[in-house]
Design a protein around this ligand. Structure first.
Ligand code: F6R
Length: 240
């Protein structure tokens, strides 16, 4: 693991955003895996600024997102698809036909998982997967459990995740299930970038980096990835 510590989330947004822009400029038809949540927003803001300044284009970029809630219309204001539209996709020149998403309303989650894996593979596989981390060490919606997951699958969200994310649901109760890329799918990415900011992530960061590789802290699997870069602010790094 390559661990980089910055003063605050703004500095991380610039560093990671720059890394993405440089990569897109070196491979304009690259395949990028994106994450939702509060953590990547400064990175998306930086990328949008660069796009507006004419310094990067998403014209031929292909994207895949980590996860999506189940039993929520794709266009609901809290869907992860809407999040990506609002924070990145509607603000750059990405072709929406090149935007891949898990269908949280698929009648057959196993078939949906196979479709997603085949779609990612047919585009050449993920060049870079962006990740945040949950306070319990989850990545995507792979919650602590007794074994590492493989490809995409449907999950029941834990109380900790429901508590953390329900602040965003002010009209309907937060969904209890999601479709997520599995640990196996994430580990296939050629490069992984994980960002963690804030003191609430410090314990999970310590477990991820210093603890044993165990599905009880799903992010610890990144110790086994050959190109995982971890961007931390000082608060998230405070227990290292
Ligand atoms: C989002 C995702 C989640 C978040 C994690 C951290 O697509 O897969 O694993 O990365 O829950 O969320 P924030 O960034 O809101 O603290």
């Amino acid at each position: 693991m390559d661990i980089r510590i910055f003063k605050n989330e703004a500095e991380i947004g610039e560093a990671v955003g720059k890394l993405y822009c440089d990569f897109i400029n070196s491979k304009p038809d690259c395949v990028l895996g994106f994450a939702t949540g509060a953590t990547p927003v400064p990175t998306y803001n930086y990328i949008v600024e660069q796009y507006k300044a004419g310094k990067v284009s998403f014209k031929d970029v292909k994207t895949f997102n980590l996860d999506e809630y189940c039993d929520l219309p794709k266009t609901h204001k809290n869907s992860y698809y809407t999040f990506m539209l609002e924070n990145l996709f509607s603000k750059v020149d990405v072709n929406l036909d090149n935007v891949g998403f898990l269908d949280g309303n698929a009648a057959d989650p196993e078939a949906e998982s196979a479709r997603y894996a085949a779609d990612i593979a047919s585009k050449g596989g993920l060049d870079i997967q962006l990740l945040g981390i949950g306070r319990n060490g989850h990545i995507a919606f792979n919650e602590p459990s007794d074994e590492f997951s493989g490809e995409s699958h449907k999950v029941k969200l834990t109380d900790s995740t429901i508590e953390a994310n329900s602040i965003y649901f002010d009209d309907i109760p937060m969904p209890r299930y999601a479709m997520t890329m599995g640990i196996g799918s994430i580990m296939k990415a050629r490069k992984i970038i994980l960002i963690a900011t804030g003191a609430s992530k410090a314990q999970a960061v310590k477990d991820m980096i210093k603890g044993p590789v165990t599905p009880h802290c799903p992010a610890s699997v990144l110790q086994e990835h050959k190109d995982a870069v971890i961007f931390l602010d000082e608060a998230a790094a405070s227990l290292l």
